[in-house]
Design a binder for this molecule. Structure first.
Ligand code: PLP
Length: 482
């Protein structure tokens, strides 16, 4: 049965032709506009008792609906958590030169597998080989989609059908379903566990070596630490053992620091060249962790083994796309000058920002927040942050945070409004407050962060990209994304 009131809602065509909605119709086209009109009318129809608004109000709601439906799911987030390698936020932000390289690769054609001098076909790995070799001291280098893929393909190419010796203290889970024992199974190798959770000795490895040993694998304990009564075997000793028995040693470095970060208060992260210098046959590491580049799995080591890996059919399944390779090449180029790399690569710059600088930025930002009077409490205090991304799990990085509370809003509600605002903001919730750490906020994002905070505190829809009201402003409903 039709509700009698329903006839009072305007017809779709009436709204479609309603003059204040014409700019939106021009921008998005009649198909998307019609669909937005239908969903708004449907919302009213579902109400009981039904309230029928003015045409102008309906038009506003249609415009807002249209705008919302056109927002991509993936959008920029201001990372105010202070966690530099936040996997859920995409890990390493790229340097502008890498961003430019991505754009060049994305929008046109490029010599991805072509040698321009000869006009002959070449390998897509060529642009990254020399820099990776120089950076790690390895003979050869190749790159796949991520470090998980690198682990699979290396174990398969070097040890399928054979045993791989791993310490029980290194049978790690990196996250999700990535567990070393499962990865070994997938690659067709057999796991040969040695030692115990806390203690593994060189003799444990040596006793496990037999005619069917394919490799010794060392996995860097990226995301956990074993403390107390412990013993593990260093890469140099493992390499010496491997050489004695003619068995390759694979070093899964994981987070992949190029430089020793100890002077910056980040001890305990092995550098990627350590294992290679010691004579490891292969080292692997992620491109989007401490290296500060795009998501990749870098594989470096002996020429003959790299060639074997590249001949594996999985190479095609795991290969990187043109945008990734362009970004990696640009990132690696920055490492040619170590001082510039430390200053310019975003991940390294953020990790090495001095505490005094963080305090100053926090103080200045806190002043701006206090001036806006939307907050009950604004305090700058010293705190600790973590690197994230499964790197340096037990190193607390001294940092400065702005601790905020808003009258009449719980910290959870305020944090939720920040997350769902425009731009989205991720903050930490701690001690009944919302904490902002500017370490991971780019200086040019500060005005937008300030606006987003004020909007969330006053429970307005966030900063500057909401559709203006049609009948009050007469403006075009433009998307905020352009
Ligand atoms: C992070 C990590 C991986 C996985 O790397 P992705 O690039 O995320 O696939 C593998 N091994 C170790 C030791 C790691 O730290």
């Amino acid at each position: 049965m039709i509700e009698p009131d329903m006839r009072k809602l305007p017809a779709v065509s009436k709204l479609l032709d309603y003059p204040p909605l014409q700019p939106a119709r021009q921008q998005y086209g009649p198909v998307l506009l019609t669909s937005a009109i239908r969903s708004v009318l449907q919302r009213y129809r579902a109400q009981l008792p039904m309230h029928v608004p003015e045409l102008a109000q309906l038009a506003d709601e249609v415009a807002a609906e249209l705008f919302k439906s056109q927002q991509p799911v993936l959008r920029m987030v201001i990372n105010a958590t202070g966690i530099v390698l936040h996997t859920n936020l995409g890990r390493a932000p790229l340097h502008p030169s890498a961003v430019q390289a991505v754009q060049m690769a994305a929008e046109g054609y490029l010599n991805l597998e072509l040698e321009l001098a000869t006009g002959k076909r070449s390998s897509r790995q060529n642009p990254i080989r020399a820099d990776l070799q120089r950076l790690t001291g390895a003979e050869a280098a190749t790159v796949v989609n991520n470090c998980a893929a690198a682990t699979v393909i290396v174990l398969r190419a070097l040890a399928a059908g054979k045993e791989v010796i791993v310490s029980r203290g290194q049978l790690v889970e990196i996250g999700g379903s990535f567990r070393i024992p499962d990865i070994l199974t997938v690659s067709g190798a057999t796991l040969r566990e040695v030692g115990t959770t806390n203690i593994t000795r060189l003799s444990d490895y040596e006793q496990a070596i037999g005619p069917n040993t394919g490799a010794i694998l060392r996995v860097h304990a990226s995301n956990y630490r074993i403390r107390g009564f412990t013993k593990s075997v260093g890469i140099a000793e493992l390499v010496a053992l491997g050489q004695k028995h003619n068995i390759p040693v694979i070093d899964d470095v994981g987070s992949g620091a190029v430089y020793d970060l100890t002077p910056f208060g980040l001890p305990g992260e092995p550098t990627i060249s350590e294992g290679i210098r010691a004579g490891a046959a292969i080292a692997l590491f992620s491109g989007d962790k401490l290296l500060g580049g795009p998501q990749t799995g870098c594989i470096v080591g002996k020429q003959e083994l790299i060639q074997r890996i590249e001949r594996d059919p999985l190479m095609r399944a795991f290969r990187c796309d043109k945008m990734t390779l362009a970004a990696l090449e640009a990132t690696l180029q920055l490492y040619r000058d170590p001082e510039r790399a430390k200053r310019n690569i975003p991940v390294l710059r953020m990790l090495t920002t001095p505490l005094t600088e963080l305090r100053q930025r926090a103080q200045a930002f806190a002043e701006a927040l206090r001036a806006s009077q939307a907050f009950q409490q604004v305090e700058v205090q010293d705190a600790e942050a973590f690197v994230g991304g499964g790197s340096l799990p037990d190193v607390a990085l001294p940092t400065a945070v702005i601790a905020l509370s808003v009258a009449g809003q719980s910290e959870e509600l305020f944090a939720e409004r920040l997350r769902t605002g425009t731009p989205a903001v991720m903050a930490r919730i701690q001690a009944g407050q919302v904490w902002l750490d500017l370490r991971t906020v780019f200086a040019e994002q500060e005005p937008a962060l300030l606006q987003a905070l004020q909007a969330a505190a006053q429970n307005r829809v966030g900063g500057g990209v909401t559709p203006p009201s049609s009948h009050t402003t007469g403006r075009t409903y433009v998307s905020g994304g352009s």
